[in-house]
Structure formats: structure tokens, C-alpha cells
Design a protein. Structure first.
Ligand SMILES: Nc1nc2c(ncn2[C@@H]2O[C@H](COP(=O)(O)OP(=O)(O)OP(=O)(O)O)[C@@H](O)[C@H]2O)c(=O)[nH]1
Ligand SMILES: [Mg+2]
Length: 205
């Protein structure tokens, strides 16, 4: 899993690293710098809220309630001795249009395009979002394509393989996850944070 530590009530998980949950908002505001903003993109129902909620609140909700206004999710994370304030932003998918991509990714360090790996339609929509990203000014932006709902890997095999291929060709991150089973989610955010910290430390940043 790597060097991931979360501020709040301290717990030790099965991998032996100490983790904390629910840093108070005062602690989060005062002690966690720099801030890294991540924007979630993708069609309705693919699990964007679930991904953010799993990472920031360690919970999963079965029912689908569409995000109608923009939603933000925050968490303090310590990665490689940096105390990072992570802000995850979700736009309402009912209002999102690919041609407005530049306004969604403004100020973001990373954009995650999420798709439902059990649905071909959803993969098609994710490809359109990837295309929109490629046509926008994304210099310095970390891009990740994420296949969600991968509890049953055999069922998702084809759509995961296709997503992986798209990501490889476009040279972006790819991750298959299940927010329901809490699989792959910490790794995804950890990878993005590490990449962004490295970029900010670069003499060319
Ligand atoms: N089986 C399974 N279901 C999931 C998973 N993640 C999310 N879901 C379900 O998918 C539905 C939609 O999840 P949301 O997180 O609300 O999706 P969203 O992309 O935020 O949807 P909008 O806000 O409408 O754009 C809910 O019923 C979730 O319980 C997963 O990993 N596995
Ligand atoms: Mg949502």
C-alpha cells in the first residue's frame, strides 16, 4: 500500500500502518498543506460520489442519489512526510457537458474519469470524456481512468481490458476498483498524490 497516513482518530489496519480518520476541520485547515484538488468526471451512476465517500469517509451507500449540485469531499493525508489536504470535487453529471471540460478541471491537479466496468455504455461515455480531456489544455494535469464496480473481475474482464488499453495508449493512469468492497481506492489516490508531489518538487514546476 505504501506510505499513507490519515489524520484523525488513530487506528491500525491489517497492513500494519497506522491510520487516522476524520481530522477535525480546524486541523485540516491549519495543519495540512499543500492542497491538492482532484476533479471527478463521468456519466451518472458510475460511482463518483461513492469513490469520494469511500476515500474520505470510509463508507459505502448502496442507493443511488444523483449529485444535483457540486459536491466537495475533503481529507487530510500524509504521504511521504507531506501533510496534504485533498479536496475532491464532483460536478452534477446532469449538467456536465464535454465541451465545458476546461471549466471543470480549472485549478485541479488531477482529473479522474470514472466508468462502471459492468456497462459497455458507460465505457463509451468515459472514452468521450477522455477525448475531451485530450482536446483541452491539460498541461501538468494528472489524468486517471478508473473502472469501478469491479467486485467480479471475470464479469468486468472485457471492459477493464479495454479501459486499460485506452489508458496505455493515452499514457494516463488506470485503476480498476470497487468502492463497494474498498478495493483499489486508497492506491488510486495515493498514486495521484505521490505523482503530484513529485511534479511540484520538480525544478521545472
Ligand atoms: N456494485 C457496486 N455498486 C456501486 C459501486 N460504487 C457505486 N455503486 C452504486 O452505484 C450507484 C451510483 O453510485 P454514485 O456514487 O451515486 O454514482 P455517481 O457517479 O456519483 O452518480 P451521479 O451523482 O448521478 O453522477 C449507487 O447505487 C451505488 O451504491 C461499486 O463499487 N460496486
Ligand atoms: Mg454523485
Amino acid at each position: 500500500m505504501g506510505n499513507l497516513c490519515i489524520r484523525g482518530d488513530e487506528q491500525t489496519d491489517t497492513s500494519g500502518y497506522r491510520r487516522r480518520t476524520e481530522a477535525s476541520s480546524a486541523t485540516l485547515e491549519n495543519d495540512f498543506h499543500p492542497q491538492i484538488k482532484i476533479t471527478l468526471l463521468g456519466p451518472s451512476g458510475v460511482g463518483k460520489t461513492s469513490l469520494a465517500t469511500r476515500f474520505t469517509k470510509h463508507t459505502f451507500v448502496e442507493g443511488h442519489e444523483a449529485t444535483r449540485r457540486g459536491a466537495t469531499f475533503k481529507r487530510g493525508v500524509t504521504v511521504e512526510d507531506s501533510k496534504v489536504k485533498l479536496v475532491i470535487w464532483e460536478n452534477p453529471s446532469s449538467h456536465m457537458e464535454e465541451r465545458n471540460i476546461s471549466s471543470y478541471i480549472q485549478d485541479s491537479a488531477a482529473a479522474i474519469v470514472v466508468y462502471d466496468a459492468t456497462s459497455d455504455l458507460s465505457l463509451g461515455a468515459a472514452k468521450r470524456w477522455m477525448k475531451a480531456l485530450l482536446n483541452a489544455d491539460t498541461e501538468g494535469l494528472i489524468i486517471a481512468l478508473v473502472a469501478n464496480k469491479c467486485e467480479d473481475l471475470e464479469r468486468c474482464r472485457q471492459n477493464v481490458a479495454e479501459g486499460k488499453n485506452v489508458a496505455q495508449v493515452l499514457q494516463v493512469l488506470f485503476c480498476d476498483v470497487s468502492t463497494k468492497d474498498d478495493r483499489g481506492v486508497d492506491e488510486l489516490f495515493n498514486d495521484i498524490i505521490k505523482k503530484e508531489l513529485l511534479r511540484r518538487r520538480s525544478p521545472l514546476a
